[in-house]
Design a protein around this ligand. Structure first.
Ligand SMILES: [Zn+2]
Length: 279
């Protein structure tokens, strides 16, 4: 496990020279009107050059990084349980409120619309069009930031009935309401108890009073109490109890799968674009 900092900084104060001297690869954007361009690069906390960077550029080092945890293949292979999502954005998902039980309404200042803190899916989802899966692409997420996971017919036939707690929902075409060919949503029906989730901070939803788990960033690792994860042929969801939103308490969920699920997808070369993180 390594802590990675992703930077996107103006080419000032000798930054490019520093990167060149220390052999850090970077991308350089076109120049702005004032003649400056942006430099995009990654540094790792365990590298000596990161310490050097902090000394040379103390203010930028503190302010402008996008911090994330990067796991090695070994980290993933050694974990009994993992969260899973896809980096892919191939599915043009459309939000239809009829497919959800909208819970815990609230208003935002100066905005007329009603927002909901928790959304529980109760019907199949809609998308604008079918997905053209590449030869090696089996899964994708939606083109929005949501954590839904979709797959192709081929992926469904390989995974179907192998994992308890996992079913495959078709996806409807927006407007015509016909089922879209070769597109399914992975639906995780086994919901972990909120008591099983450790590592974040337990808070009470300010709207409905339910117990939630607040995580300040993805870097903070969540843990699941192993007593609640007994069966390695099963997959789970945390349920709509995770939140990174300390003001409105909007929730999201994560999917939890056993090492066997990862191994299975490795064997069939299905893991392209998939992100597994030890939990
Ligand atoms: Zn609530």
């Amino acid at each position: 496990m390594r802590i990675q900092y992703h930077y996107c900084l103006e080419n000032k104060w000798g930054l490019e020279k520093f990167l060149n001297t220390n052999e850090i690869s970077y991308e350089k954007t076109d120049e702005w009107l004032d003649g400056d361009s942006l430099l995009i690069f990654d540094l790792y906390e365990d590298e000596k050059v990161y310490t050097k960077f902090k000394i040379h550029f103390p203010y930028v080092a503190m302010l402008d990084a996008d911090k994330s945890v990067v796991y090695s293949k070994e980290d993933i292979q050694n974990a009994e349980w993992l969260t899973v999502r896809s980096k892919g954005t191939k599915v043009q998902w459309i939000y239809n409120e009829k497919a959800f039980n909208q819970q815990c309404p609230y208003k935002r200042i100066f905005i007329k619309d009603i927002y909901y803190r928790h959304l529980q899916q109760t019907d199949i989802l809609e998308a604008t069009k079918r997905v053209h899966w590449g030869r090696r692409q089996y899964f994708s997420g939606p083109a929005t930031g949501d954590t839904f996971l979709f797959c192709s017919e081929r992926a469904k036939s390989l995974l179907n009935k192998k994992w308890a707690g996992l079913s495959f929902y078709p996806v409807k075409k927006y407007r015509t309401q016909k089922m879209i060919d070769d597109l399914y949503q992975l639906y995780f029906s086994e919901v972990l108890s909120v008591n099983a989730i450790c590592g974040g901070k337990k808070i009470i939803c300010r709207g409905c009073g339910r117990e939630l788990v607040y995580i300040s960033s993805m870097v903070q690792m969540l843990h699941i109490d192993r007593q609640h994860l007994k069966d390695t042929q099963m997959v789970y969801t945390t349920g709509e109890v995770l939140t990174m939103d300390s003001i409105h308490n909007e929730t999201f969920s994560l999917y939890v799968v056993p090492q066997e699920f990862y191994q299975f997808c490795e064997r069939y070369e299905m893991n392209r674009g998939m992100v597994y993180e030890p939990i």
